[in-house]
Design a binder for this molecule. Structure first.
Ligand code: SAH
Ligand code: SF4
Ligand code: F3S
Length: 490
């Protein structure tokens, strides 16, 4: 973290009433990176613009996991030309897409008014890049292919004051054959557990109620460290009386025993157990685990930790063993079903959500029916469905038997119909039950209505007063409306 560049830019910008705008594409990891970008921009004396037209700097944080993300970026970039001409707005583009050489070339060739191009490994250098643009008025390209170190101490401007994301690891080692992420985010690097716990503790002290632990493969947290350094384990310290001085390793000895708790973290399961001990946090979620790494210790930790939501995102991708093999997912249809069954046996109230790709190369009607079969058996609470999108440089790009677009869409529509039927069926089961919900705020469409979510991530709308925001309350579900349920106070 180059604090000195943040300070230099802040000084240059001081008193100028400058504004920023940011566009974020992609997953929650990118959203979390954008919160850091906003944190840095605010420390450099930029304030959030009400509308893009007012911005003196516009940052794009890009995604490249599927093709439609690219179309969106180039559409938006086209609109930036006028802004640049009108008021000299600085245009910066970062994120996953900028780790692809072809994309950087395209920007260099077709969008010469872009000032800064930065990558996923150089996020922390954005202040220096902006400084160089301000000083030289020359474009800066700051992308490296080497895995970035874990950087701590970023300023952060969070989007919400009840729910927060905490990235626990960067990168991915799995190389699913369709996926670009390992190429643009590098290998797995886990954050030190004490840094994670301190961040969650800080969020708890600030009144946050729900945290989501983020990583491309959260249940291999610390695994790659173990391979390199043999059975690594960390003694972490948790202060359970909110704000008992600095309850960290350095001055732990000087703090009274009863105010701190020392735990060992050496895996994802032990991290969950440690975070579950932090006072103030009411809900813990995590995405995404990989079915192949879903060990018993993780299941037991989810069962034992009262704050861990009993909704598990278990990405299926396909229900066909043959396609799963071609995808390099390292589990079969049966293994996936057995895992879901085992989890359900240990945690009867559990619900599952999932990601599914339709139309992977070579997917036959029979393969697709295997996917349908798993969906019918597991009865997912939520399904994120994607049409397979060719990613240049991945093994699946070169595979024969790419599925026709018309067939992909037809299968997608069939899956969507089944999903909607499952949602409607589940919704009926909710009616007349009592649910615990975390009240998140006012409804966007009706200011008399509050909105919140169940542990299983169902949106519940109800009438209530503002002081309930941020609280976990019990509601009776009175009616269902496809994508939300209506509740009443009891
Ligand atoms: N690491 C996470 C997900 C990362 S990307 C995991 O493994 O679950 C989010 C989702 O995008 C994936 O789960 C997958 O369903 C989808 N996806 C990734 N690459 C894709 C591609 N080339 N075409 C269509 N969907 C894709
Ligand atoms: Fe992509 Fe697979 Fe890694 Fe998820 S686990 S990010 S799908 S390579
Ligand atoms: Fe997209 Fe990068 Fe996330 S490619 S899905 S923003 S890791």
């Amino acid at each position: 973290m180059e604090i000195k560049y943040i300070e230099k830019v802040a000084q240059m910008n001081s008193g100028k009433n400058l504004k920023y705008a940011i566009f974020t594409m992609g997953c929650q990891l990118n959203e979390n990176d954008s919160e850091r970008i906003c944190g840095m921009l605010e420390e450099m004396n930029y304030k959030k613009a009400e509308k893009v037209g007012d911005a003196n700097i516009v940052v794009f944080n890009t995604c490249c996991v599927r093709e439609n993300a690219e179309d969106r970026l180039f559409g938006k970039l086209g609109e930036m030309k006028r802004l640049k001409e009108a008021k000299g707005t600085i245009i910066a583009i970062g994120g996953c897409m900028m780790q692809e050489k072809v994309m950087v070339e395209k920007i260099n060739n077709s969008y010469p008014y872009v000032d800064v191009i930065f990558g996923t490994h150089t996020l922390h250098k954005l202040p220096e890049d902006i400084y160089r643009v301000l000083i030289n008025s020359k474009r800066v390209e700051d992308i490296i292919d080497i895995d970035g170190e874990i950087i701590e101490g970023f300023p952060i401007k969070r989007n919400d004051n009840i729910k927060a994301s905490v990235t626990i690891m960067n990168g991915c080692n799995n190389f699913c054959t369709y996926c670009i992420v390992p190429y643009v985010r590098g290998r797995e690097r886990s954050r030190n557990p004490q840094d994670i716990i301190d961040e969650v503790q800080d969020l708890a002290n600030k009144g946050y109620k729900e945290i989501t632990l983020l990583g491309q493969n959260v249940n291999s947290y610390l695994v790659s460290k173990k391979i390199n350094q043999e059975n690594i384990s960390y003694n972490v310290v948790i202060s359970n009386k909110n704000n008992v001085g600095n309850c960290n390793n350095q001055n732990y000895e000087s703090i009274k025993e009863k105010e701190c708790e020392r735990l060992t973290v050496n895996s994802f399961a032990t991290l969950l157990r440690a975070i579950n001990r932090i006072d103030g946090i009411e809900r813990i979620r995590f995405i995404s685990p990989h079915p192949k790494d879903f060990t018993d210790d993780v299941i037991d930790a989810i069962r034992d930790c009262d704050k861990v939501c009993k909704l598990i995102h278990l990405p299926l991708q396909s229900g066909s063993t043959e396609i799963l093999n071609k995808m390099n997912r390292k589990y079969t249809k049966e293994q996936y079903l057995n895992l879901a069954k085992k989890i359900k046996e240990k945690i009867p109230e559990v619900a599952f959500s999932t990601d599914i790709i339709v139309g992977f190369p070579g997917e036959t009607e029979e393969d697709f029916e295997d996917t349908i079969d798993v969906v019918n058996q597991v009865k997912f609470e939520q399904i994120f469905m994607f049409i397979y999108s060719i990613r240049i440089g991945t093994p699946a790009e070169k595979m024969e038997n790419q599925v026709l677009e018309t067939i992909k869409h037809e299968r997608f529509d069939r899956l969507k119909k089944l999903y909607e039927e499952l949602v409607a069926e589940r919704n009926k089961e909710y009616v007349s039950t009592v649910q615990k919900i975390l009240v998140e705020g006012k409804s966007k469409t009706n200011s008399n209505v509050l909105t919140g979510r169940t542990e299983s991530n169902k949106v519940i709308n109800f009438e209530g007063s503002d002081e309930l925001i941020g609280k976990v309350i019990k509601l009776k579900i009175v009616s269902e409306h496809m994508w939300y349920l209506k509740g009443e106070k009891i």
